[in-house]
Design a protein around this ligand. Sequence first.
Ligand code: SAM
Length: 332
Amino acid sequence: MVPVPVLSGTSVFYTADSDADGQDVMAGTNTGGDGTAAHSVADLIARCTRALERSAVCFGHGTDNARDEAAALVFHVLGLDHGDALRAYGQPVSAAGQRQVAGMLEARISTRQPLPYLTGEAWFAGLPFHVDGRVLVPRSPFAELIASRFVPWLDPDGVHRILEIGTGSGCMAVACALAFPESSVVATDISPAALEVARRNVARHKVADRVQLVEADLYAGLDGVFDLIISNPPYVSPVEVASLPDEYRHEPELALLSEEDGMATPARILQHATQFLTADGWLALEVGGGAALLEARFATLPFIWPEFENGGDGIALISAVDLRASECPATP
Ligand SMILES: C[S@@+](CC[C@H](N)C(=O)[O-])C[C@H]1O[C@@H](n2cnc3c(N)ncnc32)[C@H](O)[C@@H]1O
């Protein structure tokens, strides 16, 4: 390992020869600018990576490893452009910049908040969204399906009305509105607090004329039919919720918890979908690791499980035709 000089002005960065148990954090007495500090963005990212690796933090809210999370943190704090990353890596960082990075790193490690709650921003389908503790941090593989406009399963030209159930930050509704510029989107959530965040993101992306946000329990009060229904509903069972890492405890329980084996809410969405789908409409329903449970519960339904290039799984596709062909979709 290449020894990395101690960074001034922080107590959370580690030297290369720190104790294995991570206790040998650098003394927090320097204030920066004393000539021993790291100078480049790349140095800073390396040091943040090491600090994250030696901490107890859990990844999974936009990144899945320490290096990517360190880069996201440093780039955000310093206002750097990810599109110009190679040039940015060699840039010097001022002592003040280093202290700001150290402060956010310290907060990430000590509070265990997902990084997007600290930065106030998460990326989904290549778009930035405001996020805070009122909404789930966007991370669904739906981003890939939306970007590909659900081809080859749907004819995008036939998609005019889209329904999203459980919109949270509004990321999926907004991404759909932009991917299907001729469409209108209805997005429901049972949480008024989440809908406030969604409203902000809908305005930010200038799609308020085509995205209608509705406070509703799943489909309650909705009219008409839709060419596409999408949902990333809560699907984590009470037992699993109890054992989630600390980061997930900062997210609204309403966004994660679903009764029974986690399939109670997805099952309700599935059971009522035909009523709200056009004749050749489709339902896309995320259940994550619950794919086998959903298959068992709805054994007669021919679900399609797309594979994703960017990781993730567990989104079931089912057509209205197949839903209607199944006389008794749910096994009690
Ligand atoms: C897993 S989050 C998904 C948020 C967003 N679509 C995303 O992918 O980032 C589930 C959302 O469903 C909402 N929700 C939970 N139960 C609901 C219900 N019965 N009806 C409508 N929305 C519900 C939660 O408030 C939460 O915002």
